[in-house]
Design a binder for this molecule. Sequence first.
Ligand code: NAD
Length: 376
Amino acid sequence: MANLELRSLGNTGLKLSSVGFGASPLGNVFGPVSEDDAFASVRDAFRLGINFFDTSPYALSLCVFFDVLTIWVFYFVFWVDRIQSQEIVFLEYFFDLFTIWVFDFVFWVVAFSRYYGGTVSEKVLGKALKAMGVPRNEYIVSTKCGRYVDGFDFSAERVTRSIDESLDRLQLDYVDILQCHDIEFGSLDQIVNETIPALQKLKEAGKIRFIGITGLPLGVFTYVLDRVPPGTVDVILSYCHYSINDSTLEDLLPYLKSKGVGVISASPLSMGLLTERGPPEWHPASPELKAACQAAAAYCKENGKNISKLAMQYSLSNKDISSVLVGMNSVKQVEENVAAAKELAMFGKDEKALSEIEEILNPVMNQTWPSGIQQS
Ligand code: NAD
């Protein structure tokens, strides 16, 4: 079978594998992943031709999930107890709430230490890459700055400190791409006037090779790219906007091409919506969108198809996208996704199955969810 395709990333000169390795699952975002499984997935990905690995210092969803769960379990238990005994006294209620928060705090401390304060993805990816023992110039690593467990901070001081912390966790001397993470949560003018100039200094210092920006609303990309000198931002990473249920990124591709900006499209499985297993608890999609995607997955299964494979092939089929970044946490997933890409190269898309799924998803097509703060 042919090798995994390499595609040029804008004007960077980098050639990324069409399938990129999203390392957020290694940070336990979609459920616990053992270090052995993480190492094996990274090793297998590289062996099969994946040369692009993306991570970030922020990956805490499992903690947030436990946190919310803890609150609700205790809240429920205490309320049932009070309602049964029909004695809801204000002071007792206050005491209940206080107890809930004590338990919640303890749970947070345990979860926080268990998951290294959200930085586990960088640490595990760094160890796995090092364990492979291959020359550094044979793989491409991107990480992010500005989004942390304790919130967003796109100040020059914080992002400058952030790269040193990331390099330390990744055990690397430089990263290929440093991206401002989910910029819709910060001031876009600060990104233009302060964050990106700080990243340029990091480029001059040799700590990063290229600069990127990531976010959910597509408008943030044009806002920034229209305001920075040409060639300043090398890459954009968009997510959940080039998959079977939402392909709105497509309209932006000619603009990005005209600017020479490389395009990474993440979350081809819409962060788990387009899988047989379904999305994680924290997924922000509406119940309507979740139900439609699960109906599409069930339809595929009944007809001997795999929704994740079709979704991968859908995203990979647009060659203006340099790399389709999919989150993987097992050798099986790595092998399936690489096989999907190779099969696409040989036989093309399964147009019939895709149009049947698109019909099921039609009522929720291009539906997204809010992300970020109101920009002034
Ligand atoms: P995704 O759409 O890639 O889905 C990942 C989920 O699908 C995981 O649960 C994974 O285990 C599962 N999966 C993968 N291959 C599968 C297969 N063949 N069959 C069944 N299930 C499969 O979503 P994602 O992981 O959120 O996105 C991919 C990567 O993109 C992330 O890891 C991260 O690196 C990047 N990303 C960045 C941002 C950002 O910068 N704001 C946002 C989202 C994603």
